[in-house]
Design a protein around this ligand. Structure first.
Ligand code: F3S
Length: 283
């Protein structure tokens, strides 16, 4: 059986930077709290927890130490609350997310109604919403964009969660255009890494008999990889670790297996999957 990997089987730039900042900080200070998961990968969060990182849901009750902001960023209100408590901030927000935050703030200040295309429950989007001082709404996809009501003469702007697919973003933009807003300003805030990872995964999925996406189930960019692969390959599956491989997936019709990984997946997770398939040790 042949196994083909995409050219992106390493952490993205933003995740690599966040993990390195957390590791450096843990060498100097043992009392470091991560407000939510630093990245969406359970194995990496476990590793950092063993080195002393404590994951918290809220800063209530924290009086000393440093609070680490995840690569997804936080709301300016929460940042102000942390600063008011006199806690040190280690900000690992990905620079691509910071760009989206700056754009959201600027558009709000310029009086646009801001439409964010993304998952409303994702921490990046929850924070992004708080950067907009005027009207803001989150739409997941074309259907939600189509159901939006725009006031006559509305001045509208659109931006995207950094890990969305370009296709989904453009579909939503087209729906809004159909409503003929007086002005529509579109800012592409999708990060290059997410875009390239999706394109490489889509290309590979079209050439193989089974496509495996390795990454966290709570990771937006990993789920997006699965979505784009499923459009060209029905046999596409998301697994977090090699322990989830199943023998039934590898029947005689499967001669070539493709593997892509999420931006927050450590390369060792992919190595374990490859080794297990080669050893035919799948359960
Ligand atoms: Fe940043 Fe893109 Fe990674 S937004 S965290 S470089 S997937």
């Amino acid at each position: 059986m042949k196994i083909l990997l995409t050219d992106r089987i390493v952490f993205c730039f933003g995740v690599k930077r966040a993990v390195r900042m957390a590791e450096d900080a843990l060498k100097k200070n043992r009392r470091i709290y991560s407000l939510g998961s630093i990245i969406h990968n359970a194995q990496v969060v476990d590793d950092l927890s063993k080195k002393g990182l404590r994951v918290i849901k809220t800063i209530a009750g924290i009086r000393k130490g440093a609070v680490l902001i995840s690569s997804h960023g936080i709301s300016p209100n929460v940042a102000r609350r942390i600063a008011r408590k006199g806690l040190q901030i280690i900000d690992t927000t990905c620079p691509f997310v910071l760009n989206a935050q700056k754009a959201a703030r600027r558009l709000g200040e310029e009086g646009y109604r801001v439409i964010i295309v993304g998952d409303a429950d994702h921490p990046e989007v929850r924070a992004l919403v708080d950067f907009v001082s005027t009207g803001v709404v989150v739409v997941r996809d074309r259907a939600q964009a189509a159901s939006l009501k725009l006031a006559e003469g509305a001045k509208v702007s659109m931006l995207s969660q950094t890990t969305q697919s370009t296709e989904n973003f453009l579909d939503a933009v087209r729906e809004i255009l159909k409503k003929k807003p007086k002005e529509l300003r579109v800012i592409n805030t999708i990060c290059n890494d997410a875009e390239e990872r999706q394109s490489l995964a889509r290309q590979l999925a079209g050439k193989v008999d089974l496509m495996l996406i390795v990454g966290g189930r709570n990771s937006a960019n990993t789920k997006r990889l699965l979505d784009v692969c499923k459009k060209v390959q029905k046999r596409a599956r998301l697994i977090e670790t090699d322990r989830e491989l199943r023998k039934a997936w590898f029947n005689n019709n499967v001669r070539v297996v493709g593997i892509a990984s999420g931006a927050s997946t450590p390369d060792r997770a992919v190595r374990h999957v490859v080794n297990k398939i080669h050893r035919k040790g799948v359960a």
